[in-house]
Design a binder for this molecule. Structure first.
Ligand code: IVH
Length: 701
């Protein structure tokens, strides 16, 4: 930022930061990358320090960011929930330690004891317990005014090792405490975030194909967690696998602890998850050592962290240090350099998908992000592309959302030279040459070619994917050649490609693709593919239905259809009314399915698949997965499934459901009001999951 008076610059920065805060905290849709946000904050802080006359008590530098949403009742935090000052460099970390020494008048060589904790990237909440019972939970909000999300927090149940939000504290003494406040972070683990994004993308494929506005894809696990917790309907929150990790307790009037570390042990004893990574450090040197270990270790943790928090361990010293308006003087957050990096957009290419939709994909100069090399990122659709204003030749900031999904955060227009090119969607399909159109009211450009090879290739890949027919080895290049040579015009043709042809295809020299396994010999690759095709013939109805790519039929609907009809023939002959009797199938979906099954060409392909020897078994055969060979106990009430349905789901996956918990039990699924069986499981150290995670496990295979 340059030019203008200092006052104008300060005001401009405050405005940008406030807009970014609103987008982040209220809309759960960040405008700026974390790095960019931190940069603006620091610039503002520096200007205010330079011009004290411009300082203001409501500047973003003086207030905790975040405004409570009007959708929730307001909760006033008895003790404000503060923010933490950032240290961006090793020097700044040393400065923090020096200041602690100075304020406490300690000699330089007397080490101060610290506790190092990973800085969890979720959202802070406060849980209030009265005489051991959970009575109220709220978000941090602006630090003083939070949002009442009690009902939603009650939905956080056991999730693997995470204990969620206990309804009652365990252990004798806390139940006598008139009031206890537990603070910690609600978060969504990386794997759950990834599954959520994939699910939304699948839904969006259908929605865009129907001309509906796509659902918002959360930008990162933090936003996904915030959105999930701040649902108006607590039932919705129940379906999101959120975790809670506690890091502080406030027990007004009764604070028996000498150190933060002891307090953490108490919190754990009351039935909360306390981060097992937390470490006691005897002084700055140990903090540094631990910080450096964490710099790589954090990528192995199941949740996203963006740094570490360093807290003075001795609570007496803490009280003496006190707090400034926004941040305590006894804590500092050391931020790891963001896994964002700058790179250049080499090209933007339209990729033609299964339904003919053209997706703009940015090809970028290689960057390493969160431990992986990234060379491209989807720009989703024209509106998104225009919103981000990404041009060929642009410098852009890239990151992997949730350390997983590569994305362009923003373009850097200030670095343009004038040679950049605005991407225009082609009016003819780059693959088949047919007209490309964007219909009135639609978000997408679509190839109108009925026989577009790109669509066919995409359909073949959909059919062959692991979650459908599972034809290992059939990649984009091989599928492309089959189509190009005219060998394959539909799914059934795949089964008729002779070994010879596969050999020829795999013998063709080709560029290594990202994610390619090391190249096998053509003979071997060809034989493997023929074997994989052979294996794929013994499949399940739900996989086949999913693989056929019937409009509106994703994995979940395919499973419901398979369960309902059990036989393919019955489904093909079903009318709209019968289809609507299937769970999750409404009139619109029924119409689409019927239109598909009524099309003679589709029926012919199915006939030929069966003639080729494809057998679709009604029930999913147990093929490993989370429940195979496992002994499972169901306890408490599940909201989404009856006990019988849950049992059937487990058994279908090769698990056994038993009535009582013993050392031989592998897993306890604990619903609402789970009682003695849950206690027993805890005693024996048996793994426990809540309903949300159970449902997530059912989705895996
Ligand atoms: S302690 C005054 N410990 O960071 C200190 N906060 O910038 C109060 N956070 O709102 C918080 N991990 O959302 C603390 N181990 C940790 C944390 C942590 C993440 C978040 C929390 C807080 C924000 C402050």
């Amino acid at each position: 930022m340059s030019g203008g008076t200092a006052r104008e610059r300060v005001e401009g920065l405050r405005e940008r930061i406030r807009a970014a805060d609103h987008a982040y905290y209220v809309l759960d849709q960040p405008l700026l990358s974390d790095a960019e946000y931190d940069r603006l904050m620091r610039e503002l802080g520096a200007l205010e320090a330079e011009h004290p006359e411009l300082a203001s008590p409501d500047s973003p530098t003086a207030r905790v960011s975040g405004e409570p949403s009007a959708d929730f009742a307001r909760v006033v935090h008895r003790e404000p929930m503060l923010s933490i000052a950032n240290a961006m460099s090793d020097d700044e970390l040393a400065e923090f330690d020096a200041r602690v020494h100075r304020l406490l008048a300690l000699p330089e060589d007397e080490a101060v004891g610290y506790v190092g904790e990973p800085k969890l990237d979720g959202l802070a909440v406060e849980l209030v317990y009265e005489r051991g019972a959970f009575v109220q939970g709220s978000t941090r909000g602006d630090g003083v005014n939070g949002e009442d999300v009690t009902a939603n927090l009650r939905a956080l149940q056991w999730l693997g090792a995470n204990r969620g939000v206990p309804q009652r504290l365990v252990g004798a003494s806390p139940n006598d405490l008139p009031r206890l406040e537990i603070r910690g972070e609600v978060l969504l683990q990386k794997a759950h975030f990834e599954a959520m994004v994939r699910r939304i993308q699948r839904i969006n494929e259908v929605r865009t194909a129907e001309g509906k506005a796509p659902l918002k894809v959360p930008a990162n696990p933090r936003n996904a967690a915030a959105g999930s917790l701040r649902q108006k309907d607590p039932q919705e929150t129940r379906n999101r696998p959120l975790s809670f990790i506690a890091y502080d307790a406030v027990a007004p009037g009764i604070e028996p602890w000498a150190t933060h570390w002891e307090k953490l042990q108490s919190i754990r004893g009351w039935g909360f998850e306390v981060n097992a990574e937390n470490t006691r450090c005897a002084g700055l040197a140990e903090v540094r050592k631990w910080r450096d270990q964490m710099a790589t270790r954090r990528f192995q943790l199941p949740y996203e962290t963006d740094g570490i928090v360093v807290k003075v361990d001795d609570l007496d010293l803490r009280h003496r240090l006190g707090a400034a308006s926004k941040t305590p003087r006894w804590a500092v957050a050391f931020k790891y350099p963001p896994h964002e990096d700058e790179t250049v957009v080499i090209d933007i290419v339209p990729q033609v998908g299964r339904t003919g939709i053209l997706t703009p994909v940015a090809k970028v100069r290689e960057v390493k992000l969160s431990g992986a090399v990234v060379t491209s990122a989807t720009l989703h659709n024209e509106d998104e592309l225009r919103r981000k204003d990404v041009r060929v030749g642009d410098w852009v900031i890239m990151r992997r959302a949730g350390e997983v999904i590569p994305e362009i955060v923003m373009s850097l227009p200030e670095r343009r030279t004038g040679a950049e090119r605005v991407f225009e969607f082609p009016r003819a399909c780059p693959v088949c040459g047919a007209r490309v159109v964007r219909e009135e009211g639609e978000k997408v450009w679509r190839c109108t070619g009925a026989a577009c090879p790109a669509q066919l290739v995409a359909r073949l890949l959909h059919f062959a994917q692991r979650r459908a027919m599972d034809v290992e080895g059939l990649g984009e290049v091989a599928a492309g050649q089959l189509v190009e040579k005219g060998l394959v015009k539909d799914f059934a043709d795949l089964y008729a490609v002779p070994l010879e042809e596969w050999r020829r295809i795999f013998a063709r020299p080709r560029k290594a693709e990202v994610g390619d396994k090391r190249r096998e010999l053509p003979e071997k690759a060809a034989q493997n593919l023929v074997d994989a095709l052979e294996r794929s013939k013994h499949t399940t109805l739900r996989r086949l239905l999913f693989g056929l790519g019937i409009p509106q039929v994703g994995e979940a609907t395919a499973a419901q259809l398979a369960r309902h009809f059990a036989e393919l023939g019955r489904l093909l002959d079903a009318g709209e009314e019968e289809l609507q009797a299937v769970r999750d199938v409404g009139p619109e979906v029924a119409r689409e399915i019927r239109a598909w099954t009524g099309e003679p060409r589709n029926r012919a392909v199915v006939e030929r698949l069966l003639a080729a020897g494809v057998v679709a078994a009604p029930e999913a055969a147990p093929r490993g997965g989370a429940f195979a060979g496992k002994s499972v106990v169901l306890t408490g009430t599940l909201a989404k499934l009856s006990r019988d349905e849950a049992r059937a789901e487990v058994e279908r996956r090769g698990g056994r459901v038993t009535g009582s918990v013993s050392r031989k039990t592998d897993l306890v699924v604990a619903g609402e009001e789970a009682g003695s069986k849950l206690e027993k499981a805890r005693e024996l150290g048996v793994a426990v999951v809540g309903e949300a995670e159970f449902l997530a496990m059912l989705e895996e295979r």
